[in-house]
Write a protein that binds this ligand. Structure first.
Ligand code: R5P
Length: 315
């Protein structure tokens, strides 16, 4: 087997390789002067089980195209099987026609992967579970919940309530509340634009409680910043936020610094620029490299993924 890394998140690729105790596959990934991705595989991969680690994070189009070009190069180099390890799957939020004359990009990107020659997908916390069905190739869909829950358990917080900042994350909040054996609450969210949202009623009781708001991703942080404010207005004792994918684009850090959560927890599914984090923010990045490495080993040896979903995994 061989693990290759694109340029989107070499740190994560290297960490996965360290866990697997293998050297990263040798390849040259560069750009032509006009910006086109240029790839040369330096290892002989004929007949090998190949994995490419590349979250399609910002700059999304570059990461995506580079991954597709790498897949093409590996396929033409006669790799036996190609698994795209995409811990963050960009373009996932456009997953249905919510109004007329709009695309379904989550499906378009799934088609692109298959056309390029991907045989299997290894993803983490897709924006919606149904996206698995957009692929006609096997998809292993991992979750970061055990990693986040395991970390939160160490804080030994009592009187907890898990909060979903919108109806889309209710299942996630329910999953966390079962692990912590506590209640969950929902904040009603209405989106005014892709960067602005409006929060309304709270369903459930958060007064006097230690609140943990969970979501799949933080992008411009409009959802989370507003949810933090609502939680405080409703008498939360403390407010922590946790998300699998921390993109932190546009006004995200400004908004989060102003909202003032007690802690912001994300994983390293996408690269984190620690220099951009305001001093006042208590920021924690948890590594999902051990989970991804374990999944890669299991795929390679045709072993079940089920243990990775057990609540006690990693604890
Ligand atoms: C929405 O459905 C997602 O689960 C997130 O709540 C959303 O994408 C976060 O975006 P932003 O940080 O820009 O509010």
């Amino acid at each position: 087997m061989r693990v290759f890394c694109g340029r989107a998140h070499t740190e994560l690729g290297d960490e996965i390789c360290r866990h697997l105790q293998v050297a990263p596959g040798m390849c040259e990934v560069k750009s032509f002067a006009d910006g086109e991705a240029q790839v040369k595989i330096l290892d002989d991969v004929r007949g090998l089980d190949v994995f490419i680690v590349q979250p399609t994070c910002p700059p999304v189009n570059e990461a995506l195209m580079e991954l597709l070009v790498m897949v093409d190069a590996l396929r033409r180099s006669s790799a036996r099987r190609i698994t795209a390890v995409v811990p963050y799957y960009g373009y996932a939020r456009q997953d249905r026609k919510h109004e007329g004359r709009v695309p379904i990009t989550a499906k378009l990107v799934a088609n692109l992967f298959a056309t390029a020659g991907v045989d299997r997908m290894l993803c983490m916390d897709l924006h919606a579970q149904q996206i698995q069905g957009f692929f006609d190739i096997p998809v292993d869909h991992l979750i970061a919940k055990p990693v986040i829950a395991n970390y939160l358990k160490k804080s030994e917080l009592d009187n907890l309530v898990i909060v979903s900042p919108d109806v889309g994350s209710v299942k996630l909040a329910d999953g966390f509340s079962r692990i912590f054996n506590c209640d969950f609450a929902i904040i009603e969210k209405r989106r005014k634009s892709d960067t602005e949202i409006e929060h309304g009623h709270v369903i459930g009781n958060i007064s006097g409680k230690n609140v943990i708001i969970v979501d799949d991703m933080i992008s411009t942080a409009g959802s989370m910043a507003s949810a933090i404010e609502i939680a405080r207005e409703h008498g939360a004792k403390s407010v922590r936020i946790a998300a699998s994918h921390g993109l932190f684009v546009g006004p995200a850090w400004e908004r989060l610094a102003a909202a003032g959560a007690d802690e912001i927890i994300v994983t390293n599914s996408v690269p984190q620029n620690i220099q951009a984090v305001p001093e006042s923010v208590n920021f924690t990045v948890l590594s999902v490299a051990p989970t991804l490495a374990e999944a890669i080993i299991r795929i390679h040896h045709d072993k079940s993924m089920s243990p990775l979903f057990e609540p006690g995994y990693l604890s």
